[in-house]
Design a protein around this ligand. Structure first.
Ligand code: UT7
Length: 320
């Protein structure tokens, strides 16, 4: 058995900061941010939370999949910004949806989170344990970003995306994932006490700290490598792939990956301009946009690739 995406959904909070808004609190400007990152706006959850956004994205995905909440056997939420330590975000989503037959847990793998969660869902389906799985990526990064650090705060935004994965006959598609905990400090956030922002003593622990150049170098090296490994495992070449849906971290990372892979940039859809980097939500928000705008066609081969804190990275092959 293997899983197929049979519905997608997303939710983005309405309020946003554009680059000129950020220039009011940190020394930066629209031109620098656009040139170095491709980002123009990032949406910010004011009333919403990681849980409420996950629920809204999940409802959209269930409608698209034409399934009821009680058809779900498993709910997996990838997040690094849960509302609470316990209960998990997945259990909170279950409660609101009334998905009484689902087993629920969260996955923490930062910007690789959607790919890791998707692969987990595929493995459960291949093992015959579950049939209908809801995979969500939801993040409120605005709560852990240091809004005084111009080197990182310009990048991140809030949002959620979801995909329903349904079992079908057939062999599981290949996936490749890696982790390197020894390099974890280049992108870290030591404490989850998001309510401590005003506490200057704890500032360093409660905010994201990032060595931007180290993360950039990691991404431009490891992303083409892991996609290469995946294609070799699948006995395919770049030419056989219709779209490469990458984590939206920085437009320059995506351009550099396309160049290193000698592949047309048009095969790498982007929406980073509007949302910035939404960590584990970015791939699934983009999947939903591509699905709802008719960019996917039956039988297309698509590679998903996530990379980020941990360090973690991975790629997986899907067929639409
Ligand atoms: O999901 C994974 C999450 N993380 C990432 O993907 C991060 C990957 N890294 C990046 O995207 C880039 O490294 C950044 C966008 C974070 C930074 O871009 P960069 O081209 O690597 O810039 P830099 O850090 O080398 O800084 C160049 C200059 C520095 O000034 P000096 O020393 O040359 O005078 C910085 O102080 O740009 C300055 N700078 C800024 N200037 C205006 C850094 N941030 C800003 C800013 N506005 N926001």
């Amino acid at each position: 058995m293997r899983g197929r995406i049979c519905g997608t959904g997303s939710y983005i909070p309405e309020h946003y900061y554009d680059n000129n808004d950020l220039a009011k609190f940190v020394e930066t400007n629209d031109e620098w941010i656009r040139e170095r990152t491709g980002i123009v706006r990032r949406h910010i959850a004011e009333e919403d939370t990681t849980v409420s956004m996950a629920i809204k994205a999940a409802k959209n995905a269930l409608t698209d999949a034409k399934l009821n909440a009680d058809d779900l056997d498993l709910i997996l939420v990838s997040t690094i910004t849960p509302n609470t330590v316990i209960p998990s975000t997945a259990c909170e989503v279950q409660k609101e949806l009334g998905a009484v037959n689902a087993t629920c847990f969260d996955i923490s793998a930062a910007c690789s989170g959607f790919v890791y969660a998707y692969n987990t869902a595929q493995a459960y389906i291949a093992a015959g344990m579950y049939q209908n799985i809801l995979v969500i990526g939801s993040e409120t990064l605005s709560g852990i970003v240091n809004w005084k650090d111009r080197g990182s705060c310009i990048l991140f935004g809030d949002g959620a995306g979801a995909a329903v994965i349904c079992a079908e006959e057939g062999e599981i598609f290949p996936a490749v994932t890696h982790s390197d905990g020894a390099k974890g400090q280049v992108l870290a956030c030591e404490s989850r006490q998001q309510k401590n922002w005003q506490d200057k003593e704890n500032e360093k622990q409660t905010y994201v700290s990032m060595d931007g150049q180290a993360v950039f170098k990691f991404a431009v090296k490891k992303v083409p490598e892991v996609i290469g490994e995946l294609l070799q495992k699948a006995d395919l070449t770049e030419k056989d792939i219709d779209l490469f849906v990458l984590h939206q971290a920085n437009l320059r990372i995506i351009e550099s990956v396309a160049k290193r892979m000698k592949t047309d940039l048009a095969k790498f859809p982007v929406n980073i301009e509007e949302y910035g980097n939404t960590s584990s939500a970015s791939i699934t928000i983009l999947l939903d946009e591509l699905n709802k705008t008719g960019r996917f066609h039956k039988g297309q081969k698509i590679v998903l690739c996530g990379f980020g804190a941990g360090l973690t990275w991975g790629a997986t092959l899907i067929e639409w």
